[in-house]
Design a protein. Structure first.
Length: 299
């Protein structure tokens, strides 16, 4: 199915997105990396917005960014706040955690998406889904032991907490995305929310980071920093397109997208020389099995 292929494409790009983040954040200041990467993504959509104004819908085709009302802007700004908050927490976590610990935590987003659907929309879990929830949580418990071997204690590590909160916010964002796509133009959702995220981070870097930069980790320019935003723009383009396809399943799309962790695991060893990859891969397989049960139970 088209939406499945689009979700797989998004997952592949998200894997490289995580690698670019890890490389950019290594011994680097988080806030400027976050702002520059967000700005690079926003510039793409500013160009598309201008291109749409100059050429019209017929020429711009699926890249056409329409004008929207102020009420729609409010909806998109709310999404930007959710995503921006999630990113700040995730970027700090990615800086301080091994990628083979951070990525699996992030991969639990589909679990929280299903939980959100259960609570908000009163969806009922099947026996297979409950089995999937139990399986996933068991393997996350196993993952916590692997983290301890590398000095990462899940109970009292604030970076793990940051990544967990970021993941929950990301799951909520996925549910909100489905609502937005059902009511508004797909390109409008992605374009305006991406631009708003960069605008939100502008006062953060000007008034919070810049005056105190001497007391924090120095900022080092790397070419991978703007590539973060570019890679995410393409990944999200495939993601929003997938959601817009009739009868697509947001829960299934979420779990397929989190297949990006496979890319992170593959390169986590070769690039960052992280430890205990084989055991983590076995745990990851268990996590993905549990998430798969949740999705199969909803079919």
């Amino acid at each position: 199915m088209l939406w499945t292929l689009l979700a797989l494409t998004s997952a592949f790009l998200l894997g490289f997105y995580d690698l670019l983040k890890k490389n950019s954040l290594k011994e680097n200041a988080v806030i400027p990396v976050l702002f520059i990467s967000s700005l690079s993504g926003a510039l793409i959509f500013i160009c598309l917005f201008l291109f749409s104004r100059m050429t019209g819908k017929t020429t711009a085709g699926m890249l056409f960014v329409p004008m929207v009302s102020w009420k729609e802007h409010i909806y998109f700004f709310i999404k930007s706040i959710i995503v921006g908050s999630s990113w700040i927490l995730a970027y700090f976590a990615f800086k301080h955690l091994p990628i083979t610990i951070a990525s699996p935590i992030r991969a639990s987003a589909p679990l929280w998406t299903v939980a959100g659907a259960f609570i908000i929309f009163h969806e009922k879990f099947s026996p297979l889904q409950w089995t999937g929830v139990a399986t996933t949580m068991f393997f996350y418990y196993c993952l916590s032991f692997e983290g301890k071997k590398e000095g990462v204690h899940f109970r009292n590590n604030r970076w793990v907490l940051f990544m967990l909160i970021s993941t929950i916010l990301g799951a909520f964002s996925s549910l909100y995305d489905k609502f937005l796509i059902n009511h508004f133009n797909r390109m409008a959702v992605q374009a305006y929310s991406t631009i708003y995220i960069a605008l939100i981070f502008l006062p953060v870097i000007l008034f919070l980071w810049y005056p105190k930069r001497a007391n924090s980790t120095p900022f080092t320019w790397r070419i991978t920093i703007p590539l973060i935003g570019v890679c995410l723009a393409f990944a999200d383009f495939a993601y929003f397109y997938a959601i817009s396809v009739p009868f697509s399943l947001i829960s299934a799309i979420s779990i397929i997208r989190r297949g990006s962790v496979i890319v992170a695991f593959t390169w986590g060893y070769f690039i960052f020389k992280e430890k205990n990859l084989k055991r983590k891969a076995m745990i990851l397989t268990g996590i993905m099995l549990g998430l798969g049960m949740i999705i199969l139970g909803s079919c």
